[in-house]
Design a protein. Structure first.
Length: 84
């Protein structure tokens, strides 16, 4: 989830070009851009990315909030290993 910074809002007309640059940065870092949505509400953009780490693709024009997601099969393995 992304929110534009002041610089991002100032240059909003270039946002599609920046999105392509973001995609290239993610791919260069070994990740894959799955999908990207411009949204109305609390966040400006929601992006689904497969990335090797949390730093992949950061360009500085937005504030981001990262949510790590796991497929159900991987979540089942994680939960099974919990020591409660």
């Amino acid at each position: 989830m992304w929110n534009f910074k002041v610089q991002g809002i100032r240059n909003v007309k270039n946002t599609i070009k920046r999105a392509q640059k973001f995609k290239g940065a993610v791919e260069a870092a070994g990740g894959k851009l799955i999908s990207e949505y411009y949204t109305l509400g609390k966040h400006d953009i929601v992006t689904i990315v497969e990335a090797p780490n949390d730093e992949a693709g950061r360009l500085g024009n937005v504030r981001s909030e990262t949510l790590k997601a796991f497929p159900m099969s991987e979540a089942a393995n994680i939960i099974e290993k919990l020591q409660l």
